[in-house]
Design a protein around this ligand. Structure first.
Ligand code: CAA
Ligand code: FAD
Length: 379
């Protein structure tokens, strides 16, 4: 067993840390307050290779492993979880899904642009009545011979108004249940495709979350990903890896909050000494550090499983379940360590606390992760 990161891993980690501190930190409070999408920053992330990190270089990607991706996600998320969700969706849902299941034509047409960050993508599974219960798809993709006629509504779509390419999951054959679902590539601007209002959120406010409406959108057959009826398996297999990305996001939110709390505890004085001298604060820091280290190990283990082509469904779900809990607990304690200053925006920890919550909800709630883990244990 080797816990040592390679020179390459350390270089990716350092590059992500440097980018986060110099390009994301300035303006992060304002972007959160005004729900401003980090457009310029995402463009630069594309130029630096963070938008298609694991994609084969022949399609414009970085050809890196999942461990590198986890390390970069942690550093970006320490500072700006809104930017990191854009990165996570693009890398582990859209690029990964297309690279692994798309045709060569689809890869040439879409993946090459997505992997370089020239355009960004969205992954559209959730609906008003199909969140956790993802097989209950109401969006219909009727088979019309050489095209699908798409009708329905998707909810909560990250990169909803900023994406150019949308992977849309929809029901073709109702009789066949989840085996009658397809995954279709829908382009922004296709006739009948409308973007709904932006959600006003508790956290990750810089990311744009929208509902999407499809009315008689004609999607050419060549835009289907995989065989007829593969759509639900496509979504599940893609999400299994996506959850490693969100676990790393949660890890970054937690470790960012811990770094701030550690620094503050050595600066702030109460009762004549730095608050770090009080054992109550020391114990909070010790708990944070231990929990974060355990979360990091789970994230890296899931990434290792994926890199070694082992089954990572259970380890990815465990990483997400645990890291998101640690993110929530750590950020609440980081606010506590900051006292009243933690409750105002300038000190960053209140934002990290708000951002932490979503990691227990999206890409499968914590309850859904427990379903995935227990089914795998019991199978
Ligand atoms: N890999 C491959 N196939 C899988 C699979 C996996 N990991 N998990 C399930 N399947 C297959 C099953 O084998 C089954 O197929 P067969 O019948 O042919 O064997 C089929 O999928 C249906 O599986 P289940 O019977 O287990 O389905 P279920 O209705 O009990 O639901 C569930 C399973 C795990 C709860 C699933 O519905 C789920 O993951 N729900 C959560 C949805 C979710 O994570 N949404 C995230 C949206 S994207 C997002 O959120 C992005 C973002 O925020 C940034
Ligand atoms: P529900 O499924 O209605 O769940 C409500 C509660 O019931 C939860 O606590 C849940 O855990 C619990 N519950 C449900 N079923 C069970 C069960 N069987 N056992 C125990 N408990 C259960 N989706 C996309 O497709 N693409 C995106 O890009 C995307 N981005 C998102 C961004 C944001 C900011 C948000 C808020 C959501 C996003 N989502 C996206 C949707 C997200 O994946 C869903 O919100 C999530 O899967 C939960 O679905 P739901 O909101 O319908 O909750």
């Amino acid at each position: 067993m080797n816990f040592q990161l390679t020179e390459e891993h350390l270089a990716v980690q350092a590059a992500a840390r440097d980018f986060a501190q110099t390009e994301l930190l300035p303006g992060v409070i304002e972007r959160d307050e005004h729900q401003k999408f980090p457009a310029e920053q995402i463009k630069k992330m594309g130029e630096l290779g963070f938008m298609g990190m694991m994609v084969d270089p022949k399609y414009g990607g970085g050809g890196m492993d999942t461990v590198s991706y986890v390390l970069a996600m942690e550093e970006i998320s320490k500072v700006d979880a809104s930017a990191s969700v854009v990165m996570s969706v693009n890398n582990s849902l859209v690029c990964w899904g297309l690279e692994h299941f798309g045709t060569e034509e689809q890869k040439q047409k879409y993946l090459t642009k997505l992997a370089t960050g020239e355009i960004i993508g969205a992954f559209c599974l959730s609906e008003p009545e199909a969140g956790s219960d993802a097989t209950s798809q109401r969006t219909l993709a009727e088979d019309k011979g050489d095209y699908y006629l798409l009708n329905g509504t998707k909810n909560w779509i990250t990169n909803g108004s900023t994406a150019s390419v949308y992977l849309v999951i929809a029901q073709t054959d109702v009789e066949k249940g989840h085996r009658g679902i397809n995954a279709l590539i829908v382009e922004r601007g296709m006739e009948g495709f409308e973007i709904g209002l932006k959600e006003n959120k508790l956290g990750i406010r810089g990311s744009d979350t929208h509902s999407l409406m499809f009315t008689d959108v004609k999607v050419p057959k060549e835009n289907r990903i995989g065989e007829d009826g593969f759509g639900f398996k496509f979504a599940m297999q893609t999400l299994a890896g996506g959850r490693i990305g969100i676990a790393s996001q949660a890890l970054g939110i937690a470790s960012g909050a811990m770094e701030l709390a550690l620094k503050y505890s050595k600066e702030r004085k109460a009762f004549g000494v730095e608050i770090a001298k009080h054992q109550a604060i020391q114990f909070k820091l010790a708990d944070m550090a231990t929990n974060i280290e355990a979360a990091r190990m789970l994230c890296l283990q899931a990434a290792y499983h994926k890199d070694q082509h082992m089954d990572y469904t259970r380890s990815g779900a465990m990483a997400k379940l645990y890291a998101s809990k640690v993110a929530m607990e750590t950020t609440v304690e980081a606010v506590q360590i900051h006292g009243g200053y933690g409750f105002v925006k300038e000190y960053h920890v209140e934002r990290l606390m708000r951002d932490a919550k979503i990691t227990q909800i999206y890409e499968g709630t914590s309850e859904i992760q427990k379903i995935v883990i227990s089914r795998d244990l019991l199978k």
